[in-house]
Ligand binder design. Sequence first.
Ligand code: G3H
Length: 540
Amino acid sequence: MLIKERIEGIFPEAGEIPAEARVTPLEQKDHLIDGRIKAWTGPRQEVYSPVCLRGRKGPERVRLGSYPLMTEKEALEALDAAAKAYDDGKGLWPTLSVEARIAHMEDFVWRMKEKRAEVVKLLMWEIGKSADDSAKEFDRTVEYISDTINALKELDRNSSRLSITQGIMAQIKRSPLGVVLCMGPYNYPLNETFTTLIPALLMGNTVVFKPPKYGVLLHRPLLEAFRDSFPKGVVNTLYGQGRRIIGPIMKTGKVNVLAFIGSSKVSDVLRVQHPAPHRLRCVLGLDAKNAGIVLPDADIDLAVSECITGALSYNGQRCTALKILFVHRSVQSEFIEKLVNGIEAVKLGMPWEPKVKITPLPEAEKPPYLAEVIADARKHGAKVINDCGGLTNGTFVYPAVVYPVSPKMRLWSEEQFGPVIPVVPFSDVKEPLKYVVESNFGQQVSVFGRDPDTIAAMTDTLVNQVSRVNINSQCQRGPDVFPFTGRKDSAEGTLSVSDALRVFSIRSLVAAKESDANRKLVRGILRGRKSKFLSTDFIL
Ligand code: G3H
């Protein structure tokens, strides 16, 4: 079938959706606050899927349900519940032993796993992520939790002894920071929210969490698990428009850590609302415009395959996606021909279809935005060089390869976060290096080539510009034990299984001058197991 026909007929009729993929609308009329699931009778936000049904008047989004549209009042109540549970560090949760907190978390994971099918289906429908990738997101999150638990055990074991230096005995451990506001992005609504939420909880903080704009309902099946696994007020959920509910929370000064994955513009607005910004810790995953650099001696088949996955996985809606490709002029014809052929082979369709890669987009404003940046590139001399590139049907946009892209074009510097691949030809490697140096972003880069001298020299320059240099490989966050961060406008703080435990805690120590009286006192506390902090218990 021609690509054009495939795109025109991309959306199914209701009867064509396979039975196992069908979804029943979920009307969420409650939220989790202070240990109970409280009924909500106020206004609700309607939720529509990026998946459309073929209708007489064109594609129509499938309605998935609704969720509470909260106001400042409920936002402040959720914050107060978290602050009360923390109780200035005196609450049950922040004073619980690490071993006991781990037991609560293990109970949560067990309950969470029971909800896998429900969560995965909602994830697929709400954000249009393929069924395979939605399942992977769930499983990766479960694995992340168990890896984090193991990392915490290790951290605790390493601090289960006293050190004696210069006549001072001390025990050094990590303590919680307070109330954490967690907000994840729509492209990984479960995983990226949980990569901050879970370590924040494990370290003894209490949490208010607000799901992203898209990917809200999928959290509903987990509310009982949160309620039943943690003491009251430790986890509180918030729904609604960020502008309305997050500003008032920040202004109270009661948020100790802002864990936010989204745009730098929004994070800047949020942090300055805090009345004492120096008290606010920020853990931020922000914008990126990762470049792929294809050198003259690159293995072109490999480079093309990595660039297609890197640029188009989940339709390019990943912060780590390759968002601009620099290709050496000596190999550009071969690279472009293979890139275009490779894209033609990528499967388009509905998220439940096996092996599908290109699916509808959740943001209503994204298709017109992508059309705008493509038109802008055309105005400045570029062309869409693949058949049907950029062709749009409702929420579906077919990938566009735009060539040659130059600094005048918006695609040069804007993060498109969608299925558009800008290609820039270059003659001297200094050109892509200059691009990376001058970019406002500094997350990752991919370099494709075979010469050890060239790759080594480029690596040494690039590691001081970005936070991960990928050799003959696409950009990506995983494995999750690796540090995930960025420079410039791309991030603040580092996340990984073990780094996240550090960013949501602070080192505290108990110290005493070595004297017979102090030795006797400390020994009494340790032997009598009188303190949870001053303790040499070893988690097995
Ligand atoms: O959107 C940003 C994600 O952290 C990317 O993760 O590279 O595993 O897709 P990923």
